[in-house]
Design a protein around this ligand. Sequence first.
Ligand code: HEC
Ligand code: HEC
Ligand code: HEC
Ligand code: HEC
Ligand code: HEC
Ligand code: HEC
Length: 410
Amino acid sequence: MALVLVLGFQPAFAQPDGKAIFQANCASCHNPLKDATGPALKGVDGRVPNKEWIYKWVHNPSGVIATGDKYANDLFNKWNKTQMTAFPQLANEEIDAVVAYVNSVQDKAAAPTGTSNMGDANAGADNNSWIYTGITVLLLLATWVMWRANKALKRAAAEKAAIPVTKEIPWYRNKFTIVLLTIVVICFAGYWLVNGAVNLGRQTNYMPKQPIFYSHKVHAGINQINCLYCHSAAEKSRHAMIPSTNVCMNCHKQINQYTGADEHKLVTAEGKEINGTGEIQKLYKYAGWNTEKKDYNRDAQGNIQATSPEWVKIHNLPDHVYFNHSQHVAVGKVPCQQCHGNVEEMDEVYQMAPLSMGWCINCHRQTNVQFATNNYYQIYEKYHQEFKEGKRDKVTVEDIGGIECQKCHY
Ligand code: HEC
Ligand code: HEC
Ligand code: HEC
Ligand code: HEC
Ligand code: HEC
Ligand code: HEC
């Protein structure tokens, strides 16, 4: 799907557009200049073992890790075992173009552009606020030094002129210093308070224990069950939904054992081994399935006696935010993995993305909509005209209003 996204906007000539490929595939996790979900990519060709390594890595990161490659494993551990998405569809030339693009990106802080942007308030905060804090502290220090120097000079001049000097108040009792220090303390405290408040409720890497050890790796990975088989609502509605045990029982009336332990042992994050067959028994309990009768337990009226497992919800947006899966999955053709990571490689699902406002907005700035192929966008005559005249080669989500406050907030 990511490929379609890229190809849709590839110019006809052969030269791959590194920037477009980067933005469509990599930008959700990488920034050229600063660490994000993955490392800052500028200069990456200088630090990896060799050029071939980059191709292999991008085509199949977990494969490279599995070979025991030291560089890959060190990196993977350093990034808290965050799985990078595999991009087997990217040609080596396209990867070269991405590397050339990230290497060409210049630090904006060095050349301020003056554009004000709300979204970066979150996304860029990590970096910029430190620069600003540093500059502020330096300026305050400089002021203090200059003030001291001025005082000393005045005194020297007064002594020379033999004017009697009043005894100097020590610096820590000086009103000016006290006011200055108070301001600095208030600024710092305020910064931490606001930052803490904004991060409340954010749960990157959240991985709760679930009532059944249900492995996405076993189902969506090894057995290649399509995400939409269970989360079909993601294409049609706002919520992706967790499937009911009926859906599980479509297969598990037959599959009553986990026989895959030789190829893939089930282990919790804490290293505890799990008996897959035992977990299937838990499913039967919830579903009300009697393995001996090979039928559901029923009450006198013939109703199935089932309860639902209380799955712990992992991804949670605050109530004031509107997010719609079908808009992203069906219309935007955004792959699940871009927001949820490689779920098909996870035994236990965890939250990969920060789900912050900066995260949503950055993606809306960088991602192209399926403009050429989606009839819905016929109404944007101006953009179509600009395409024809060659003034425009892409339409981002931002261009169709995707960063207007009311699109995401009630
Ligand atoms: C789902 C998030 C994600 C996406 C999408 C992603 N990456 Fe990564 N990438 C990572 C993470 C995380 C790492 C660090 C290693 C690890 O934990 O697997 C990484 C590491 C890398 C490295 C090695 C960096 C180093 O410092 O040695 C390269 C090169 C790389 N990615 C290139 C790409 C390219 C090119 C794309 C787009 C085609 C891309 N990545 C898309 C998450 C991602
Ligand atoms: C056989 C059914 C099944 C398939 C196939 C499946 N899932 Fe799931 N998914 C579940 C169940 C059950 C849960 C709840 C338990 C859990 O969180 O692990 C779940 C939970 C999730 C969650 C966490 C939801 C939350 O609580 O925030 C995400 C994200 C997710 N699935 C994505 C995917 C993706 C992406 C795929 C395809 C690669 C996929 N699923 C394939 C059954 C399935
Ligand atoms: C553009 C980002 C994005 C994409 C693409 C995406 N999701 Fe989600 N997903 C989210 C967010 C954000 C939430 C939290 C929603 C909430 O709390 O209302 C979520 C929640 C979920 C949940 C928890 C139940 C629910 O609906 O709230 C499941 C399951 C899930 N996603 C599965 C999927 C699957 C499967 C796909 C691919 C078919 C997918 N998602 C694609 C962002 C995304
Ligand atoms: C499309 C068929 C299919 C569906 C639907 C399905 N499973 Fe499975 N399940 C499998 C297969 C195949 C295996 C692996 C069996 C093996 O390797 O012997 C498996 C294994 C398991 C296991 C043991 C491995 C593990 O993940 O812990 C559990 C538990 C399990 N399934 C629970 C569920 C639950 C809960 C659901 C519903 C949310 C579900 N399954 C839906 C096909 C399915
Ligand atoms: C991985 C990229 C990505 C992320 C992350 C993302 N979106 Fe989007 N979003 C898209 C794309 C692509 C579209 C365009 C879909 C279309 O063509 O209408 C879109 C469209 C939208 C729209 C409709 C905009 C309009 O003008 O019609 C809303 C609302 C929206 N997203 C909300 C959110 C929220 C809220 C979040 C964060 C929780 C989020 N999105 C995260 C890619 C993303
Ligand atoms: C693409 C979707 C999107 C757009 C557009 C958007 N927001 Fe948000 N906003 C979010 C999300 C998601 C959160 C929740 C962040 C969290 O929980 O960390 C949020 C949170 C907030 C908060 C609560 C403080 C916080 O960081 O949690 C305020 C205030 C806010 N937004 C104001 C605005 C204003 C003003 C605009 C217009 C300039 C705007 N938003 C546009 C998605 C969006």
